[in-house]
Design a protein around this ligand. Structure first.
Ligand SMILES: Cc1cc2nc3c(=O)[nH]c(=O)nc-3n(C[C@H](O)[C@H](O)[C@H](O)COP(=O)(O)OP(=O)(O)OC[C@H]3O[C@@H](n4cnc5c(N)ncnc54)[C@H](O)[C@@H]3O)c2cc1C
Length: 371
């Protein structure tokens, strides 16, 4: 597998359109097309299904690089990977072509978990599904779905009323009753179409991932580790681009009356140093977490909980510092640092939110049950 050969052309396209995607708040169609044809939509999926069979370290590389080029593209990609990994873990028997389609780029996937009723508590859907003979009637109002109206399949969570358990269903976008129910106007990640959706469908039970009631376990054991790792990689990619831009600008910008650059000022230099050190620490934690997913150890879950919160907070601080050291030049948008700053704010509130993760981490650390 030549990862660079697959990734480089996609990065070129993502970089080229990133500013336009942000300004116009439009879906990154060009970069997503490039991802489809690159094979990278199947990065972590099994080779038998047509995927690349790569692991957590490669995901960190791809997602982090994409985020450094275009945050919206990176998040669209990550939601696809998160949905695809849940399908790979428990392929729905009624959709035998789904996994190969997700692996080869024919299908773009996304997750439809969040609901207005349970907000960021994604593990607790309040929508209800009911069994009707050999079919399931699902009626859910999802509050934010990345790639809404753009994905080919949505992995949708619901409470199955009779059993009081959580199920995940793979719902093709062409299913009657799947519709986008609003618009997306975000502070950051403005291109990722994270709009509300209504999923009012009747589907065969064989669209379910795993056995009845397996949804909660799939969310926690499969989706959360991949999503948290990838989301942390988005934060690191954005932080890295913000730091690079800040170093470039402060090195080039001149104070002519003093005959020196901005980076010759000790305060600016110290800020850059702190940003760089924080980024290096976060990268190391991210790499360690990828290792824990590749070869699980006793503290793997602690890493899964900690890495997203740590990387999300680091990204808030690093992009904020980049805005600060670049002053009006960053504020006036032409450095793109404002985009990294705005995009970085999304990771923090995406569920599981950083603050929920700190609480979970504290519970896990002290031997208390998470739920
Ligand atoms: C760009 C973007 C893309 C998204 N894409 C998707 C998607 O593809 N699929 C999907 O399902 N969802 C998606 N979401 C939704 C996301 O995962 C969250 O559900 C959503 O951001 C939560 O927002 P809220 O205002 O409802 O949070 P609230 O739950 O109202 O949280 C408000 C604040 O309370 C804090 N809080 C809540 N509970 C606790 C607790 N127990 N302990 C400590 N603090 C707590 C939170 O951390 C937060 O700071 C997306 C969100 C964004 C911003």
């Amino acid at each position: 597998m030549d990862l660079d050969a697959a990734l480089e052309p996609v990065l070129g396209v993502a970089r080229k359109f990133a500013h336009e995607v942000d300004v116009d708040a439009r879906f990154p169609v060009e970069a997503v097309e490039a991802l489809r044809s690159s094979g990278l939509l199947g990065l972590t999926l099994p080779t038998e299904a047509g995927g690349m069979g790569a692991g957590p370290h490669e995901l960190v590389t791809v997602v982090g690089s994409l985020a450094g080029a275009c945050g919206s593209t990176a998040m669209v990609y990550l939601m696809h990977v998160s949905a695809a990994m849940s399908v790979a873990a428990a392929p729905p028997p009624g959709l035998p072509d789904l996994l190969p389609s997700l692996a080869t780029g024919r299908a773009l996937g996304s997750l439809a978990f969040s609901e207005a009723g349970s907000r960021s508590h994604f593990w607790a859907p309040v929508s209800q599904a009911e069994r009707a003979e050999d079919a399931v009637r699902l009626n859910a109002r999802k509050s934010w779905v990345t790639s809404a109206g753009r994905a080919d399949v949505y992995v949708v969570s619901t409470l199955t009323a009779a059993a009081d358990t959580v199920d995940l269903f793979a719902i093709p976008a062409t299913t009657s009753g799947v519709s986008v129910a609003g618009e997306w106007h975000g502070l950051g990640l403005r291109g990722n179409a994270s709009a509300p959706m209504t999923v009012d469908v009747r589907v065969p039970e064989t669209h379910r991932l795993g056995a009845a009631g397996d949804g909660f376990g799939l969310m926690l054991q499969t989706v959360m580790p991949w999503f948290n790792l990838g989301n942390a990689a988005v934060s690191v990619g954005l932080s890295s681009s913000a730091l690079d831009a800040a170093v470039r600008h402060t090195s080039a910008a001149r104070l002519e009356h003093l005959d020196q650059s901005l980076s010759a000022l000790p305060t600016i230099r110290a800020q850059l140093a702190k940003m760089s050190i924080r980024l290096a620490c976060t990268r190391a934690y991210l790499s360690q977490t990828a290792g824990r997913l590749a070869e699980p150890q006793d503290d793997t879950m602690l890493h899964v909980l900690g890495v997203k919160a740590a990387a999300n907070d680091a990204a808030l601080d690093i992009t904020d510092a980049a805005m600060r050291v670049c002053g009006g030049a960053a504020f006036s948008e032409h450095l793109q640092i404002d985009r990294y700053f705005r995009d970085a704010r999304a990771g923090h509130v995406m569920a599981p939110t950083a603050d929920i993760l700190y609480d979970f981490y504290g519970k896990a650390l002290t031997g208390q049950p998470l739920f």
